[in-house]
Each structure stands twice: as C-alpha cells, then as structure tokens.
Design a binder for this molecule. Structure first.
Ligand code: ZN
Length: 134
C-alpha cells in the first residue's frame, strides 16, 4: 500500500454535509459524483495530500444506508492507494483477509476499488484503490 488515499464519511444529507464541510475546510468540494454501482452520491475535498469523501445513500439497499441505520453518521472507511490492485487483492486474500468483491469494481473518482470485510480488520472497513490510467 502506498498511502492513505481518502477517508470516507457516511452522511444522511450530502447537500447539507457538503456545505458543513466546506465551512470546516474553507473550500468547496472539487468533485461531486454519483456511483450507481454502490447506490451513493459522493463529494470530494482535497486537504493537502489527502482527500475526504462524503457519501450519501441514494437507495435503501445502499451499504451507506445500512451503515447509518446501524451506527449513525460518521467515519465509514479508510481507502489506501495501491500500485496494482489485483496483486494486492491476491496478497491480502492469501494473508487471510476477506475481500468483499473478487473482481475490482469501478469506484468514484476514477478508481478501481476493492473493499475488505471489517470483520477481518478490527472493525475498520478498508478500501483498496488504484487510479485508472487511460
Ligand atoms: Zn471511498
């Protein structure tokens, strides 16, 4: 893993939270994006080297909806940049971590992503992400 790419925060209302975090960071989000496959709307802030991703559910089946029902709003996942996502997925699977998807998915912000089950990581949802180079 190269570095923390972003921290994901689950919110109930993206518009309100984007406004709130804009005040906190004293800057507007650089990107707002709907991720159909995950049932979420997202907005991204850049804080120096790091990013903050706000996530709002667009449907009841969305993992974000379920997360907020169970735990309320708050930090949802930590995402790490990887050089080669497939190699890293194989390595982690061999180490006994549980991958939530066997094939990298297209995530927000031009990334291929894979999540690790929080059961195997002390309750922390980990996202691996690799920039899509086109
Ligand atoms: Zn993320």
């Amino acid at each position: 893993m190269i570095k923390i790419e972003h921290i994901g925060i689950a919110v109930k209302n993206l518009e309100n939270s984007s406004e709130l975090f804009s005040k906190l960071f004293n800057q507007m989000p650089y990107k707002m994006e709907k991720v159909e496959s995950e049932g979420v709307n997202t907005s991204f802030f850049k804080i120096g080297e790091n990013k903050i991703e706000l996530l709002e559910a667009t449907q009841e089946q969305s993992p974000i909806h379920k997360f907020i029902e169970k735990k309320g709003e708050g930090i949802h996942h930590i995402a790490f940049d990887v050089e080669d996502i497939e190699t890293e997925m194989k390595r982690l699977e061999n180490e006994g971590f549980i991958l939530l998807n066997q094939i990298p998915k297209r995530g927000a912000d031009n990334k291929l992503v894979c999540f690790l089950h929080p059961k195997g990581t002390n309750g922390v949802l980990i996202e691996l992400c690799q920039e899509i180079k086109e």
